[in-house]
Write a protein that binds this ligand. Structure first.
Ligand code: PGA
Length: 254
């Protein structure tokens, strides 16, 4: 974690949640969130719960985000949800290109880059998710893959767009498997990503938050956050358990 960038801890609920359980989870989060300067926390529930969660978060510093966003603003796109709608329901953030979207919905780098832009166009902060599969890692292609994913958004929107964005490095083999990347391995990718952005703009790169995701738990969070280019985390499984999520938040700044 760097002293110049505020930490970001995001809880991606994926396709989990229920009206009654959401109330209990949010009550615990609100009561237990550590008072830390420079700590930004957000939850990403499924679309149908956004309104409920927005109300439950009223007056809290916890932000609200969407797990996905359409590249289109309006029209005949059955099943899609636009950035404008998400904004209206209080979303400050939107994930773009989570590996489960890339894998199960065949989202291309180009489509993900367009979603990134759609979120930004209405004032939301896009969280661009990047990461290699196990086969790609074994083939030593990690940086090729994450650079290709990053470059699609850089090419479409320019480096200035990254002044209002977050990168999430999430190796696919580490998501939901209990096999987190080692802090050193994650740091190497984060540093390479920052250097890539720095080639276009040093100041944007210095301020850009790059969070790590993939089996982050209370017991490995602090070691990850100790790395200079790891600015927080995108949490999946542990985001569904208030105690586990709060422990990860507390691991920020020791
Ligand atoms: P995990 O998921 O924490 O359950 O590995 C992370 C993610 O998919 O964002």
């Amino acid at each position: 974690m760097s002293p110049v960038r505020s930490a970001f801890v995001a809880g991606n609920w994926k396709m989990n949640g229920a009206l009654a359980g959401n109330v209990a989870l949010l009550e615990k989060l609100r009561a237990g969130l550590p008072e830390r300067e420079a700590l930004e926390v957000a939850v990403f529930p499924p679309f149908p719960y956004l309104d409920q969660i927005a109300r439950l978060l009223s007056g809290s510093t916890i932000g609200l985000g969407a797990q996905d966003v359409s590249r289109h603003a309006v029209g005949a796109y059955t099943g899609e949800v636009s950035a404008g709608m998400l904004r209206e329901f209080g979303c400050r953030y939107a994930l773009a290109g989570h590996s489960e979207r890339r894998r199960f919905h065949l989202e291309s780098d180009q489509l993900v880059a367009e979603k990134f832009g759609a979120a930004q166009a209405v004032g939301m902060t896009p969280i661009l998710c990047l990461g290699e599969t196990l086969e790609e890692r074994q083939a030593d292609a990690t940086l090729d893959v994450v650079f290709r994913q990053l470059d699609a958004a850089l090419a479409l929107h320019g480096v200035a767009a990254f002044a209002h964005a977050v990168l999430a490095y999430e190796p696919v083999w580490a998501i939901g498997t209990g096999l987190s990347a080692s802090p050193e391995a994650a740091q190497a990718v984060h540093r390479a990503l920052r250097q890539r952005v720095a080639k276009d703009d040093l100041a944007v790169a210095a301020d850009l938050r790059i969070v790590y995701g993939g089996s982050v738990k209370a017991d490995n969070a602090a070691a990850l956050f100790a790395q200079p280019d790891i600015d927080g985390t995108l949490v999946g499984g542990a985001a569904l358990d208030a105690d586990a999520f709060l422990a990860i938040c507390r691991a920020v700044n020791g």
